[in-house]
Design a protein around this ligand. Sequence first.
Ligand code: ADP
Ligand code: MG
Length: 892
Amino acid sequence: MLETKNLKKVYKTKKGVAVEALKGVSIKFAEKGMVFLLGRSGSGKSTLLNLLGGLDKYDNGEIIIKGVSSKDFKQNHFDSYRNTYVGFIFQEYNILEEFSVGANIALAIELQGRKATDKEINDILEKVDLVGFGDRKPNELSGGQKQRVAIARALVKNPQIIMADEPTGALDSNTGKQVFDTLKKLSKSKLVIVVSHDREFAQEYGDRIIELADGQVMSDVERSGENREDESSAIQYGRDELVIRKGYHLTEVDREMINKYLAEATDDVKVKVQSQENKGFVTTDQEKIQIKKDNFKLIKSKLPLKNAFKIGASSLKHKKIRLAITIILSFVAFAMFALADTFGSYNHIKTCTNSIIDTNIKYASVSKSKYISNDGNGYWDEASYKLNKEDIEKLSKNTGLDFKGVYPEKDGSIAINNYDKNVELTKNEQASLYSTMFVGYAEITDKDLKKMGYNVVAGRLPQGDKNEMAMSQYMYKLFEKAGYVDNKGNKTEISSPRDMIGKKLQLNKNEYTVVGIIDTKVDIDRYKKIIEDPTGKSSAERLTNFALSQELDSISNYSFASVIMVGSGHLEKIKACQSTSIPMDQFNMDFYVNDYEYEVSANAIEKLGNADKSKITWVNGAKTRLGKKEVIVSANSFAHRDTSMSKKEILKYLKDNPTFTWDCFKNNSTTQKEEDGWKIVGIIDADEDIYILPDDIYNQDWNDDAGEYIYAVSSMPSKRADIEKLVKYCYKTNKNVRYQLQNSVTFELDTVNETLAVFAKVFLYLGIGFAVFAAIMLSNFIATSISYKKQEIGILRAIGARSNDVFKIFFSESFIIAVVNFLLAAVASGAATIFINTLFRKNVGILITILNFGIRQILLLFVISIAVVAIASFIPVYKIASKRPIEAIRNK
Ligand code: ADP
Ligand code: MG
């Protein structure tokens, strides 16, 4: 079965002293029988057995197993060899204290890749006389019972070899007998190698006795069939003792041998006369031992993951407090990491989308903005561009929404005059709650209302063919506060939206009848505070109020809230009546004399052909067309640096024919044009401040791709994906043009974006810090828990588990920790996200959903948790598992 050839083993003690434990041992072991290894303590018995069992490595010589040399075996070959052929029984039992008797036995079965049935376990327990002990824990057993569990564990694998190292060393002689009886029975069909120092037992049970002294075989005898006297074993030469069988008569040869022995002896030698010594034994003839070279094969241990998991889980029960503390610390750190990451992975599109959803913004409002590059010093011009029809079509196509343009009047806003201007609207100069201006006209239908979730509070929707309008409930609040004043100056108090129905408003040149009040979902209460007297308020309150008033501005400037809502088709009607003047959207011009001693400004230009000539007062006679460098200006806009001038004075001044400098620049060009020698040839009494310019100048392309609509509104889609699509589109730049989403959220976001980006970076590093801390916590726990189990790993190895199985067991234990950690951290960080976001929204009034917890964080938490425990368990297990099993068992 087994054969050693000139086997040598040298130990190095910690101090570096070499101890030669085996000095060249050559033994052949037969297929079966009970072989005793006898010898004094320190003679090398355990060393030999450990080498035979592959628990330790030999330095020289070789061990041949079933004819196969183990010279080139790797550690895992030895593991499989034990798993396949060897049942090992230790003096100190080495059963796993944390598992029940049954589980200890089941493990050995499972390592061979079989299923451990209750029946098999019970059968084996019966064989070792431990029926009913299956559920006991090792610490509830006596030494003898423990040893029998160890035997059962060795037996259950049905190994061809059983090795036992002083199996009865810790037992009383009666229990010892039982153990030997069991082993003896087994030796009928197996090779049983027993290390012992008990000669009597050896002679009683052994089929062969090999005696070691000082790392060498001193004698090797086998039971003789005829019980005949054996001459050669009558004298035994020990290192320090000479044992002679009682009644033996020394021959001449013996005398010479003894003399030689004494001459070579280094220690003191005791001479002992023993009775019955080796009676019935003869020197073993190793030549006769045949080693069968039949099918040597190795079963790789394979512990099913399920069982590894069970073992791993059950061992967790034993360090509850440490485990709880570790998990609490690490999950908190992990949660902090996830939180930091939600912030660290700040993404303006996601944030914007979430904020819009959380703020429940119902309208999607978009304006046009252009990037003006000035020698690399670019900026976004958000004020100068209007949307044209193509823009609106493009927007609708790309976002899938139905956008409507809001049409302003040429000179900007449309003031409301039909309210009592004596009523104080605000006590805070910086802010107003009520808007006294409409931003423009927009057509609105029932369908639009439905889409936006708006509803008619009073009256009905306007008809497009009439001068009918509806206004928002927000605009209505102005009248509720200040009353309605008709064109003749009669005031009516307004107390409900219904009171406004039928009232007429004079809006620029047109009179409109209010037919409906519509709730556009402006949360007016949110902004109530902003008109309170700021004196005495804390700076924090002032800041909040400032933010709120900015927010309200964005609503009133860009939603349906401050729009004159008209019926379908009405916009065409308005456009037809609009003046032909060109507003100074993307350009500016003024005229001055002597460094602005005299100056004129305006906000639109016109040509003489379109102007109302009856309103012009000519300086030096009427003209039918303007000559080169001739201009007509509004009387209202003529100014002197120090004194105000009447129209008469202006005319008088201009009569003297002064020349003006024309100063003109376009927003998108760097060059400013200045031209001397301009003459003001007339003054016009127009509503708006305009210049009437020569035709060739008027006809230039002053406003690039001039649009008509100041912004476009639609309803905010209800699906997150659609909102995100809109947001994405609106953050995209195409040929220097961006359609800017306009609402309180984007307004706030644009102001804080940069700050958030900085915070994001800080939090990212903070998050990494937390993750590292948590990783160290977890690794530390796992590493200590594993090194604490070094001995168990050794035992598992001794019964045949490969490093792989050991890793599986410890990894499943760690895996459970990781999963618990992950779940807790995910729930905690998710909850904290909701909590923090609500806190900010409710208490601080910020509309931005700052933390965006999502799949990314969940995945990160999972991956990092698992990776940390995988690495943390792999390294120590690998380190221990790559040691020789015997070292691990000794737990050094
Ligand atoms: P036995 O089992 O017969 O009592 P061992 O095989 O345990 O003897 O030991 C043989 C010799 O090797 C002894 O001298 C012992 O001190 C030494 N030895 C055993 N194990 C080690 C070890 N791990 N390190 C150093 N010396 C050792
Ligand atoms: Mg020993």
